[in-house]
Design a protein around this ligand. Structure first.
Ligand SMILES: Nc1ncnc2c1ncn2[C@@H]1O[C@H](COP(=O)(O)OP(=O)(O)O)[C@@H](O)[C@H]1O
Ligand SMILES: CC(=O)N[C@@H](CCC(=O)OP(=O)(O)O)C(=O)O
Length: 256
């Protein structure tokens, strides 16, 4: 059976019109579907409002104890529940989950190396049978980037990683999975300032080349590392772009 995992990032979540369009699209999908959301932008805003300075290294947030409290409130509460309500309004029976709910996503605290990421978690297991069970009940899971370690500790996990791990787990459950990363640009661009420079397809070889040339950098690197891992692990396709290019098939496509 066909299944779409749609990931929406912080910039889409912060843009009311763009978000409404993405939720209309998600609600209109005829295949099975799972939504994964981030919200790093909103979390950073709230962290600043609380008088703290957000800290990111290599696309990952340094999550000390007060930061974990804030991101838990923002991702599992504010963002997740609003998305679920917006989908209910569209006639989609969405169910919002953190990784702790139904033991959906287990993670382990990132070991302290050169950098101490605090309560940042690396995914160890996705409960594919729970998600498959919810899908069979005609529910659409909406997953936020908070995971747990089964010892009572919540952890903060990059949302692109969640999308990738969820897509892989559902591929293992026998679904034909399409993983769609929806962000604010039309695709992966050859020139970040030229929206017409969409790279149509990327292979592991051209990916390395683009990185060496500095064409692909920043937040795009963890996104693509995750995406190639998904393709190598049974996910059928990975596409990256804004809503209109995802819809028209002109977004960037990864090829194994
Ligand atoms: N070649 C590229 N094409 C498109 N985006 C790129 C490229 N290189 C770096 N980026 C950056 O990657 C960012 C997307 O990653 P990220 O901020 O993690 O997205 P998300 O909002 O989905 O979490 C873009 O906003 C852009 O600044
Ligand atoms: C550990 C870690 O980095 N967690 C991320 C989770 C949110 C996220 O990934 O949001 P976007 O998809 O909007 O970037 C963070 O707190 O920023």
């Amino acid at each position: 059976m066909q299944l779409t995992v749609l990931k929406i990032g912080g910039n889409v979540l912060n843009d009311e019109a763009a978000l409404a369009g993405v939720l209309d699209y998600f609600a209109s999908l005829t295949e099975l579907a799972v939504l994964v959301h981030g919200g790093g932008g909103k979390a950073s805003e709230v962290i600043r409002e609380m008088g703290r300075e957000p800290r990111m290294v290599g696309g990952r947030r340094i999550t000390d104890a007060p930061t974990l409290e804030i991101v838990t409130m923002v991702y599992t509460g504010l963002i997740n529940k609003n998305l679920v309500a917006q989908l209910q309004r569209r006639g989609t029976n969405a169910i919002g989950l953190s990784g702790a709910d139904g033991n959906a996503i287990l993670a382990e605290k990132r070991p302290v190396g050169e950098i101490d990421y605090g309560f940042a978690g690396d995914v160890t297991e996705v409960n594919g049978s729970l998600l498959a069970g919810l899908l069979r009940l005609e529910l659409r899971p909406v997953l936020c980037p908070i995971t747990h370690d089964a010892k009572g500790q919540l952890l903060n996990t990059n949302a692109d990683t969640i999308a990738n791990e969820v897509a892989k787990a559902l591929a293992t459950q026998g679904y034909q999975v399409s993983l769609k990363y929806c962000f604010e640009l039309p695709g992966v661009l050859r020139d970040i300032n030229d929206e017409n420079s969409i790279i149509k397809t990327i292979t592991p070889k051209t990916y390395r080349q683009y990185q060496l040339e500095g064409v692909i950098a920043g937040g795009m690197i963890p996104k693509l590392d995750n995406a190639f891992d998904a393709i190598a692990s049974g996910v059928q396709e990975v596409v990256i772009g804004d809503l209109s290019h995802l819809r028209s098939g002109q977004a960037t496509r990864l090829i194994a």
